[in-house]
Design a protein around this ligand. Structure first.
Ligand code: FAD
Length: 412
């Protein structure tokens, strides 16, 4: 039986980053990916400054930003347009975007180049527990099963988290989650340095549809065009996201010179840490599998990259058992912001909410002042060091919501 100090299940951004951090910390690492290298992942491909900052820590920011850089968000709808540049923060002011086929392969290949053993087309299953510790797992490569022994296992197996489920991971869909579709369209505006979001979508009879659309230029002759909506089990978004995507593309075709949407796919987004059983004695769940997606803007790459670094920090810190330490760290680092965002996002699942506040938020002098601040909150670009009024209000509101919603599932 082969043996590794750290086995990472899943080579998306979270898993590949965990492998890089672990190998840099001197561990013998096996990175497993069920798909082929360069596999696709349904995503908007957008990278906020928070993600670029984390790429810097991996020594990879330059490879990504050399292709394309953006300066912030442009929000459209309800008769208004607001430009919200990335705020001046510790994360920097550089955003980017890169198709996930390329982005994820870059990270996985970097892990291998720095010394991790990388197996693609290799599916992990059947975790064996002995004395509460995950002692071994089965890896199936080309139909052949291998038994692997592990001292530590980092589970980064994405939204479905089939391996995580075998360890008892549970996703609470009574809390807000996202449904979304994306596509790639040719566009002569592929180098436009802003991420665009349309918060007012209208149907064929000019009726307001639940949901929002995005166009994220990629600097390679194409844009990532997609749409999505927030949902809960109690108020499921009644939306065919792929159909809506084609409708949205038709509406934007002239302005963006769009080609036909290609490679249209849809997926769910687990959000705001609404996941429980995320750790055992020697295993931790990170990334989408741990609900590491911001409910207010759907970004999860940055949180996956950050969680990867935190998980390796816990291993390095010499813990023998992280069953409680891992969820405690997640709650301390993200709990207040995610709970507040989840609570605010819940409002967006009421179909009447956006049409009521949209015109005020996006039009005129109020919108021009309000929305850049809102964009900073939406992208969670406030750090613990920020002392300005907005940062203080955000933190106070976070503490209030945390106190009021004490029993809500949050990496419990
Ligand atoms: C439509 C849409 C748009 C989005 N837009 C953005 C955006 O613009 N910006 C942003 O930051 N986030 C965005 N997100 C969220 C983002 O895609 C995720 O948060 C991110 O991919 C999470 O990374 P991850 O590594 O946790 O999981 P994943 O990227 O899903 O990677 C998990 C990997 O694990 C592998 N795997 C699964 N099971 C096993 C197994 N048993 N053995 C081995 N390997 C396994 C899978 O093949 C996969 O490669 C979007 C999501 C959606 C659905």
């Amino acid at each position: 039986m082969e043996s590794f100090e750290v086995v990472v299940v899943g080579a998306g951004p979270a898993g590949a980053a965990a492998a890089i951090h672990a190998v840099e910390a001197g561990y013998e690492v096996l990175l497993l990916e069920a798909g082929p290298l360069g596999r696709d992942k349904t995503c908007g491909d957008g990278l906020t400054p928070r993600a670029v900052h984390q790429l810097e820590r991996l020594g990879l920011a330059g490879e990504v930003t050399a292709h394309y850089v953006n300066h912030g968000l442009k929000l459209h709808g309800y008769g208004g347009d607001v430009t919200a540049p990335w705020p001046d923060s510790d994360y920097g002011r550089v955003g980017s975007a890169m198709p996930r086929t390329r982005f994820d392969e870059l990270l996985a290949r970097t892990a291998a180049a720095r010394g991790a053993t990388l197996w693609d087309n290799a599916t992990a299953s059947a975790p064996e527990l002995a004395d509460g510790r995950l002692s071994s797992l089965t890896v199936t490569v080309a139909g052949v099963e291998k038994q692997i022994r592990a001292q530590w296992v980092i589970v980064a197996d994405g939204v479905r988290s089939t391996f995580g489920k075998q360890l008892g991971r549970e996703w609470h869909r009574g809390e807000v989650y996202g449904i979304a579709a994306r596509s790639y369209c040719d566009s002569p505006h592929d180098d436009e340095p802003w991420m665009h979001s349309h918060v007012e979508l209208r149907g064929e009879d000019d009726e307001i549809l639940p949901g929002y659309g995005w166009i994220f230029p990629l600097g390679d002759g194409t844009v990532n065009l997609g749409c999505g909506a927030l949902s809960t089990d109690a108020r499921p978004a009644k939306l065919n996201t792929k159909k809506l995507l084609h409708h949205y593309a038709a509406q934007q075709r002239e302005e963006w010179g769009l080609g036909e949407p290609e490679r249209v796919t849809s997926a769910l987004l687990p959000m705001g840490g609404a996941v429980s059983n995320v750790a055992g004695a020697n295993w931790m769940i990170i990334g989408d599998a741990a609900g590491g997606v911001n409910p207010l803007n759907g970004e999860g790459i940055d949180y996956g990259l950050e969680m990867a670094e935190h998980a390796v920090e816990l291993i390095r810190a010499g813990y023998r058992d992280v069953t409680h330490a891992w969820p405690r760290l997640l709650r301390a680092r993200y709990g207040e912001a995610f709970l507040l965002a989840r609570t605010a996002a819940r409002l967006l699942t009421y179909p009447q909410f956006l049409p009521a506040v949209g015109p005020l938020a996006l039009r005129g002098p109020v919108g021009a002042k309000l929305m850049p601040a809102a964009a900073r909150l939406m992208a969670n670009l406030i750090t613990d060091e920020d002392r300005d009024l907005m940062a203080r209000l955000w933190r106070t509101a976070g503490r209030g919501v945390t106190a009021a919603r004490g029993n809500t599932p949050l990496w419990s």
